[in-house]
Design a protein around this ligand. Structure first.
Ligand code: ZN
Length: 439
């Protein structure tokens, strides 16, 4: 099907970002066919379906490079016992109880809700990290089904950890990686591991072997809290990145999430091995674990992306939190204006390309037709030169009107077309209290 998304302000992004007023994106099947002036595209593609984009900006769909769909049902839950006073207690009292209590239907619903929220926020590609020990085998298939139904793209993995049973989750990853193979552009697979402090050398070696054979990367939390750093130091006499590097986890397809407590030596290893780091500022602030040394990582050439760590599916708000956090942290109002958008718009696209082998993140002929179309009347002139100011202070609060992924319209006029939001939320409200009761 050919569709003209016409008469909007197109922000192409990519290496040569252009801001094109009164312009049209034409999609044909899963890709962009043409980008051009309103009348010109009408003339060239007269028979196309039309979506009026006047009063709107058209951006490439946003990418989230670290998410946890399974955390959905924690919303509004009161964890039993005293409030957690540190990161390890947060895991023990909340997340490790919650993931254990998830049933098969909970897993599916927990994916559907953030997928709906992703569509609502124009997030079209997600790299997820899943855990559900009581419903482990086949869990990635349940999430895959939800992603395909929603119409988005996702890279999936299961969080391997020895915390309940040595090597738990390896088989689920291996099965899913084999099933997905090289991927079809919509679903990709990674080897998931929880974190250094919950996996033995033997478990990591098994994971790395499977990932290497399949040519996929590992997706693991790294030095999120100082507890991970201390564990690695006391058990192995190494820093976390050092330990994981010696075990073969580093590499250009591997994602090291957080890297809050890494030192210069570890940053050098990340840079030398071209390992991906994903920064999750809202989560770090929520768990009070510290501030990632973003500028040190970027200065050394590490590819740093932006994730939500399950906090939300809204990438523009996550970008602005990164912008604000690092200004405050550095006590310097000159920093992060370029870097925070760079993580979201350029670096996340490069990270997604390493997982999906697709040139996402730019509106241009031949590129995947993933679009986020926002209601936005610029109150001041908008051009490629001042786009970042509009992004950080204006578009961040704009409402997404239309979301397109793989050339398919998933939401139009704020109506989600692929999933029944109301019935899914109602069912989730029914099941969540039952899950809470099992904690
Ligand atoms: Zn995480």
């Amino acid at each position: 099907m050919t569709i003209r998304f016409e008469n909007g302000i197109i922000i192409t992004l990519g290496k040569n970002n252009q801001v094109l007023w009164n312009s049209t994106v034409v999609t044909d099947g899963e890709n962009v066919a043409a980008v051009g002036g309103f009348s010109e595209m009408r003339e060239y593609y007269p028979d196309a379906e039309v979506v009026d984009c006047s009063g709107k900006v058209i951006l490439p769909g946003f990418i989230c490079t670290h998410h946890h769909f399974y955390s959905t049902m924690a919303r509004g839950m009161a964890p039993p016992g005293e409030p957690a006073s540190n990161f390890v207690e947060i895991l023990e009292r909340l997340w490790w109880k919650l993931d254990m209590a998830l049933s098969e239907e909970d897993v599916a619903l927990s994916a559907q809700i953030p997928l709906i929220e992703s569509i609502r926020n124009g997030t079209t590609t997600i790299i997820d990290h899943h855990a559900s020990p009581s419903c482990r085998d086949g869990s990635l298939d349940l999430i895959e089904d939800a992603v395909r139904e929603a119409g988005l793209r996702a890279s999936l993995c299961y969080e391997v950890s020895d915390r309940n049973m040595p090597g738990a989750g390896i088989a689920e990853n291996e099965r899913f990686i084999k099933k997905v193979g090289k991927g079809d552009g919509q679903i990709a697979a990674m080897m998931g591991l929880h974190a250094s402090f919950t996996v033995s050398d033997e478990t990591v070696e098994k994971c790395v072997g499977i990932a290497a054979d399949a040519g996929v990367g590992c997706h693991i939390h790294v030095a999120e809290d100082k507890a991970d750093k201390h564990d690695s130091g006391s058990k192995y006499g190494k820093f976390v990145v050092d330990r994981l590097h010696d075990l073969g986890v580093t590499g250009e397809k591997s994602i090291f999430v957080h890297c809050v407590h890494v030192d210069e030596y570890e940053i050098d290893i990340l840079a030398d091995t071209n390992t991906i780091v994903v920064h999750n500022p809202e989560s770090n602030m929520n768990n009070a674990v510290g501030v990632t040394k973003l500028f040190d990582l970027l200065e050394k050439g590490v590819l740093v992306g932006l994730g939500t760590d399950g906090m939300s599916s809204d990438m523009l708000s996550q970008m602005r939190v990164a912008y604000l956090l690092h200004r405050l942290d550095q006590r310097d109002p000159r920093v992060a204006f370029v870097e925070a958008p760079q993580l979201l718009l350029q670096n996340n696209a490069e990270i997604a390309e390493r997982q999906f082998s697709l040139p996402l993140g730019e509106i241009a002929p031949g590129r995947p037709a993933d679009l986020a179309i926002l209601d936005y009347h610029p109150p001041t002139p908008l051009s490629a030169d001042n786009f970042l100011g509009h992004l950080i202070f204006g578009m961040v609060d704009a409402t997404v009107d239309t979301t397109v992924c793989r050339g398919k319209i998933l939401m139009k006029n704020k109506q989600i077309l692929t999933i029944d939001e109301e019935s899914i939320a109602a069912r989730s409200r029914e099941l969540a209290p039952k899950m809470w009761g099992r904690l």
